[in-house]
Write a protein that binds this ligand. Structure first.
Ligand SMILES: Nc1ncnc2[nH]cnc12
Ligand SMILES: [Zn+2]
Length: 351
């Protein structure tokens, strides 16, 4: 349930500023209403009577308690059109939050395990991306995630299944249950992806220890770390992340809902910025965690007391850390500066 917050110039700026969303699981954007509509369309039985009963189940104690419900929700996705509808709905919502660039995670193994063809998953999502670019001017690309609770052999099979559609996704990631499944379990599949020229990211340091962030960097050679909030426990790791300008895709409302930081006021994002890290704000699974990207910004800033300078830094970080081309990034940076001037916040963008 989102808190009602006072309208202030800062909150208006947070909502209006152009930003990139770099950590969004498309299956986590499935709203309960769409889950029920797809269940009916596809004749899938759900273990919940109605939307309200499903929403009542969204009381999570940790990552695993969320994942169990998230995978159940995804069971209604069967046909290419379902994947298209889900991504179209997310992208329409992202445009309203002034997202100019979205790098969208998807979990193919959740679907291929139920007999859904890989092509249905990728083609539906891909068509939604291209049409959103055409219709709304948002830039978007897909990142295929391997489920880390499954084996590396299964990840290798998944990669082989996706190869005929290699031009339809730009990178790979690693998600699902973190504890007990360290990044190095996926060394070979990531090496293969690197050789294929795919961009590399991985969830690390959400619930897991700093050691998982080290191995995501050293073994998988990722370019960004998803979450990474546990990095602050390790001063040498913070130095490394800052020196190499490795971005962290932080998800405040997710961290609150999964009890990583039960109180948003205690979230360590202000300290991550203070330490010189390239932190960004993202929504993770917005349909489950109470808000899309702007809600993450607004609630985090209201709880921590951060101001316009941090807003500028976070928006810049997101655009800079995206896998978009240099010309697009330069254009978005200009739009960002213009937005701060329009809001009378020039002081926040002067060095
Ligand atoms: N927050 C999260 N962590 C790991 N895997 C996920 N899959 C969807 N959301 C996730
Ligand atoms: Zn995530």
């Amino acid at each position: 349930m989102s808190t009602v917050l006072p309208k202030s110039p800062l909150m208006a700026l947070l909502r209006d500023m152009p930003k990139a969303e770099l950590h969004i699981h498309i299956e986590g954007s499935l709203e309960p209403e769409l889950i029920f509509a797809l269940a009916e369309r596809n004749q899938v039985e759900l273990p919940y009577a109605d939307v309200a009963a499903l929403r009542r189940a969204y009381a999570f104690t940790d990552l695993q308690s969320f994942l169990d419900i998230y995978y159940a929700g995804a069971s209604v996705l069967l046909h290419e059109q379902d994947f298209y509808d889900m991504a179209r709905a997310y992208l329409a919502r992202a445009v309203r939050d002034h997202v100019v660039r979205a790098e969208i995670f998807f979990d193919p193994q959740t679907h291929t395990a139920r007999g859904v063809p890989m092509a249905s998953v990728i083609n539906g999502l891909y068509r939604a991306c291209r049409e959103a670019e055409r219709d709304w001017g948002i830039s978007c690309d897909l990142i295929l995630c391997f489920l880390r609770h499954l084996s590396e052999e299964e990840a290798l099979v998944t990669l082989a299944q996706a190869m005929p559609l290699r031009d339809r996704f730009i990178g790979v990631g690693l998600d699902s249950s973190e504890l007990g499944h360290p990044p190095e379990k996926f060394a070979r599949v990531f090496a293969r992806c690197r050789a294929l020229g795919l961009r590399l990211v991985a969830h690390a340091g959400e619930e897991g220890p700093p050691a998982y962030i080290w191995s995501a960097l050293d073994v998988l050679q990722v370019e960004r770390v998803d979450h990474g909030v546990q990095a602050l426990q390790d001063a040498a790791l913070v130095q490394r992340l800052a020196r190499e300008r490795i971005a962290l895709t932080v998800c405040p409302l997710s961290n609150q809902m999964l009890q990583v930081f039960p109180d948003l006021a205690d979230h360590n994002l202000p300290q991550l910025l203070e330490a010189g890290l390239v932190a960004t704000v993202n929504s993770d699974d917005p349909a489950y965690f109470g808000g899309y990207i702007n809600e993450n910004f607004v609630q985090l800033f209201a709880a921590t007391g951060m101001g316009a300078r941090q807003a500028y830094q976070l928006a810049r970080n997101s655009l800079q850390a995206s896998f978009a081309g240099a010309a697009s990034k330069a254009a978005w940076m200009e739009q960002l500066d213009a937005c701060f001037v329009r809001h009378g916040m020039e002081a926040a963008i002067t060095p």
